[in-house]
Every structure is written in structure tokens, then in C-alpha cells.
Design a protein. Structure first.
Length: 542
């Protein structure tokens, strides 16, 4: 089954298919489902469609919908009406094809092995650069290309060397780097050949270069995608694994920590650059942020922090307790900015230093320092304790984010991240943006951040004062006379407001808004208490 969604803001139309060329337009707001399947006219030969016949909504015109069977069908009005090409298949009679030495017409049980039809499209793509360039691949081995929107077609599979004529075209992918470039994968397992066959053309299929030489001989290629930021970065899904190349297919590396299964479909999210993998029977897997692949060749061998971001401040709803659905959820993304770095041979600590644009260091986070590739996250917060700030992987399967006390959010802006290790360093710039669901100004974010940092300083001052005077704290603490009661009251004011603003230990969500006037007045009372005892800390302006 294929699905395509209208990308226009506010659009509710999606397009789907079921087996054998049945297509429909579905309104996901109302549930309305309208059949839009192409149907032959009276006296016209029946159309042939694969069990999972391809469908494509043009990225150049969201009103233009393509579906493909033995012909390419084009709708300019969201499936209301169709035009079509001539038969683009080889027109082979299935009864003449042999199955284990027996012609299909001679088989009385499961004739032609139960296939509905033959000689139909199984893969379809449109050039991201030119809507007039279309590619269609068939189960009978035909690979057709048009450069004029479907008026004329050229069959180019005969220009591919190294494969037997008629080999199933498992995928055709048009390149965003050049109009004439495309990638074609072929699947020969139906004749007992499980090798990978993957080719690239630069001239609309007139000639093809094999790029699968470094792939293991253990399964056909089912899909190939090109990275939108660098055409030399490719990903392929095979019958068992996913492989990546940073040199245009000259060499391939298997992606680790994925199930051994068939990978049917791959895409790269255009904004986040996440790699999304569709499997057969093992769910959907997402590799967050593929930008390090693009930067790989220019990365230093000893210490390198890859580019990242932008990162978004997100004040989540309360979702960290009472999780009866926990058994069914996937792995949650890490809070804040996902950071990738590489360390060469050697030993010693590694520290991630976070600084504002003016150079003020706001965090020194100890991170893993072993040789090789690492991924950590900065949660876009100040540390709770600047002297004890160590990154730890969050691996709780039932609670999506840490629930212990954390430092306050930073404000939106540009931050310099520096990785220090092995006697060297590597820096990158990260843009932090505000919560997209809140209409807050930068001044409001900065007002809140300053207020929260002052509360942390006041909490520390009250802790020191209570320790100095041997005053017990905590809920329900009493004793020590009027001075002790007053100090405890001030500490509770600061602690309760900090918890309300920052979020109460995972039990309740906090706020990204600046403090209210009432909060500021209450905190001034706490300041006055500290001042009366000579314990008011110096406040820095951040």
C-alpha cells in the first residue's frame, strides 16, 4: 500500500492504494473516502496493476497525481479524471514464461504461481529538478524515462551491463543534483541470484555505472536515497541491512544496531535530516540527524564536533507518570540538541563547553571520552550543579525524559559548543529557537532566564545560611525560634516558585513565561530576609 499526503498547509487530503490498482482519496479530518481508480473505457483493454502499484504526488504541483500500471496515469485534478500513456511494458504473455521449467499456461494448480498479472510498473519517480522528467520501472525489466512530461519515452534497461535482460526493477530514484542523474536497483532473486545490483546514470539512462561493488553478496537492493545536502551521501536498504556511502557509492558501510530484516522504504526528512527506515515486520526505525554523514570527509581524526541544530525549546505537557501505554511507545528523542562527535586514539576526559555569543561559559558537561563516534545531547538548560555536571544517557523505557531536578532553560539565541579532549578542541555554532507553540519575545525569555538563575543563587544562599545556623529544613521542619522560622519561610518561597516555574520533578509541567508580578514580590520578601541576615548573594546580570 502507498500513501501520499497533500503538503499544503491546512490540506486534509491524503491518497492511498490497495492491491491491484485500487486508489482512493481520503479526508483524514472527516473520514470521507472517494474511489479515484483509473478505469478503462468501454472496449478498451483492461489495465494491469501490480499488487502494490506505485503512486506519486508531484512535488512541483500538489494537484498532479501519478499512478502506474502497464501505463503511466496522470491526473491534474487530484484524481477527478485521468489521462494515460501507451503501454510501457514489454507486453509479455505470462503463459509463455517458465516456472521451474514449466510454462505458465501448462500449470493447472496456482496458474502462473497465483500472480494477478504481469508487465506492470513497480517503481516510479519524478525529477526534483524538472517535472517533465519521469522514470518508471517494471517487473518485466523495462526501465522507461521521459524528458517531456510523458509525450515520448525511452526504454533504457538495455543500456545496463552486468544484469540479465528482464531483471525486475526494484527501485528507480531521480537525483536532486542533476536532471540526468538517477539510481536504479534491480532484483534478480526470482532466478536464484541474490546479489545486489545498483547503478547510477548521468545521462538519462544512456549509460550506467555500477555502484554496488562494495555491497555484500547477500541480498538485493530494495531502495536507494540520496542525501539532500550532499549527492555523494547515499543510503540503501537491502533484503537484510541498511548501508551508507559518503563517496557516491564507491564504498559502503553497514549501519549498526538495526534489526536484520528486509528494508522496503527509506526517506530523509527534508527539515530534520532524519533517516526514516520502513521494514518488513520490524516496524519503522529513525536515525536522528544524518548531517554528520555529509560532514564526514572534512572531519578531523583526533577531535571533531559535527555541526548540529537548530535546537528547539519545548515545554512538554505532563507525560512522565501514569503511563499505562508505556509498553507500546517507541524510543523518545533526546531533549534539546543532539550532538555527534568523533574522538581519535588516546585517553583522558572529554568536555563539552557551552558558551553564549559574548563568550560567557554557561556549562561544562563531561561527556564520554572513548575512541570512536559518540552521540550526546544538551538539554538546552543550565546545569543544576556547575561543579558536578556529567552527561548520562537516558534509558528509562517508561518515562520519556528525566524527572530529577534540572537547571533552568537558556534563552533562544546563538551558542558556541566546544569539545575539548586529547589536548585539542573542535567548535560549532548552535542556534536555539523558542517553543513554536508559544508567542513569547526574546526579551520575555531572557527575563525568565535571569529570574530563574537568581532563584538558584537565592536557594544556594538559603542552604548556606541554614547550614551555618544549624537550621533544619524540609517539609514540616520546625524549631529554632523566630529567626529559624523566618529563614525557612524565605527558603520555601524561593523553592516553591522555582519548582512552579521549572516543573515539579516530572509530576507537573513548568512555564516558559516570565514570572508574574506576584512572584517577583514574593521573591523580594525572600531577598529581604537574606539581607537582614547579611547573606544576600551578589547577582550577575546574564
Amino acid at each position: 500500500m502507498y500513501w501520499q499526503a497533500d503538503p499544503r498547509p491546512g490540506a486534509s487530503a491524503t491518497y492511498g492504494s490497495s492491491n491491484g490498482g485500487n486508489y482512493f482519496r481520503y479526508d483524514f479530518h472527516t473520514g470521507d473516502m472517494l474511489d479515484i481508480s483509473p478505469e478503462p473505457g468501454v472496449g478498451e483493454e483492461d489495465y494491469r496493476f501490480d499488487w502494490t502499484s506505485p503512486m506519486l504526488l508531484s512535488e512541483h504541483d500538489p494537484d498532479m497525481l501519478y499512478v502506474a500500471g502497464n501505463r503511466l496515469f496522470v491526473s491534474m485534478n487530484n484524481g477527478e479524471s485521468w489521462s494515460h500513456t501507451e503501454d510501457l511494458s514489454r507486453g509479455i504473455d505470462r503463459d509463455t514464461l517458465e516456472l521451474m521449467g514449466v510454462e505458465g499456461g501448462d500449470i493447472s494448480i496456482s496458474r502462473n504461481d497465483g500472480t494477478g498479472s504481469f508487465g506492470e510498473a513497480v517503481t516510479l519517480d519524478e525529477s526534483p529538478l524538472d517535472p517533465a522528467i519521469l522514470w518508471v520501472g517494471f517487473d518485466d525489466g523495462n526501465l522507461q524515462v521521459t524528458q517531456d512530461g510523458g509525450t515520448t519515452w525511452t526504454e533504457v534497461s538495455g543500456n545496463v551491463s552486468g544484469i540479465e535482460d528482464g531483471t525486475y526493477v526494484s527501485r528507480i530514484t531521480a537525483s536532486a543534483a542533476s536532471p540526468g542523474r538517477a539510481y536504479a536497483a534491480f532484483d534478480a532473486h526470482r532466478r536464484g541470484d541474490f546479489g545486489p545490483y545498483l547503478y547510477r546514470t548521468e545521462n538519462f539512462g544512456a549509460s550506467w555505472t555500477p555502484i554496488a561493488d562494495d555491497l555484500p553478496e547477500m541480498g538485493p537492493v530494495n531502495d536507494v536515497v540520496e542525501h539532500p545536502d550532499d549527492a555523494d551521501v547515499l543510503f540503501v536498504g537491502t533484503e537484510h541491512h541498511v548501508f551508507a556511502s559518503v563517496d557516491a557509492g564507491g564504498s559502503w558501510t553497514k549501519l549498526a544496531n538495526l534489526p536484520t530484516t528486509l528494508y522496503d522504504d527509506i526517506l530523509i526528512h527534508p527539515r530534520e535530516k532524519d533517516l526514516v527506515l520502513g521494514t518488513h515486520g520490524q516496524g519503522v526505525w529513525i536515525l536522528d540527524d544524518t548531517r554528520p554523514f555529509v560532514e564526514w570527509d572534512e572531519a578531523a581524526d583526533d577531535v571533531h564536533l559535527f555541526r548540529a541544530g537548530p535546537a528547539t525549546i519545548k515545554n512538554y505537557r505532563k507525560d512522565t507518570s501514569y503511563r499505562a501505554q508505556a509498553e507500546f511507545h517507541g524510543v523518545n528523542p533526546a531533549d534539546g540538541a543532539l550532538l555527534t562527535y568523533r574522538l581519535g586514539a588516546g585517553s583522558g576526559p572529554a568536555t563539552l563547553v557551552v558558551a553564549r555569543e559574548d563568550g560567557e561559559v554557561i556549562r561544562r558537561l563531561e561527556v564520554p571520552s572513548g575512541s570512536g563516534l559518540h552521540r550526546v545531547n544538551w538539554d538546552l538548560r543550565h546545569p543544576q550543579d556547575m561543579d558536578d555536571d556529567t552527561w548520562e544517557r537516558w534509558e528509562n523505557a517508561e518515562i520519556p525524559r528525566p524527572i530529577e531536578e534540572r537547571g533552568p532553560w537558556v534563552s533562544p539565541g546563538s551558542y558556541t559548543l566546544t569539545l575539548e579532549s586529547r589536548g585539542g578542541s573542535s567548535s560549532t555554532t548552535l542556534e536555539v529557537v523558542g517553543d513554536p507553540m508559544l508567542d513569547l519575545t526574546l526579551a520575555q525569555y531572557r527575563s525568565r532566564e535571569q529570574f530563574m538563575l537568581e532563584l538558584m543563587a537565592l536557594e544556594e544562599a538559603f542552604d548556606s545560611l541554614m547550614e551555618e545556623r544549624d537550621i533544619s529544613g524540609g517539609f514540616g521542619a520546625q524549631g529554632g525560634g523566630p529567626d529559624a522560622d523566618r529563614i525557612r519561610a524565605g527558603a520555601r518561597i524561593v523553592g516553591s516558585i522555582y519548582g512552579d516555574m521549572n516543573g515539579g520533578g516530572g509530576v507537573r509541567s513548568g512555564s516558559l513565561h516570565p514570572p508574574t508580578t506576584a512572584m517577583r514580590l514574593r521573591v523580594q520578601t525572600a531577598r529581604d530576609i537574606l539581607a537582614d541576615f547579611g547573606a544576600m548573594p551578589e547577582m550577575e546580570d546574564h
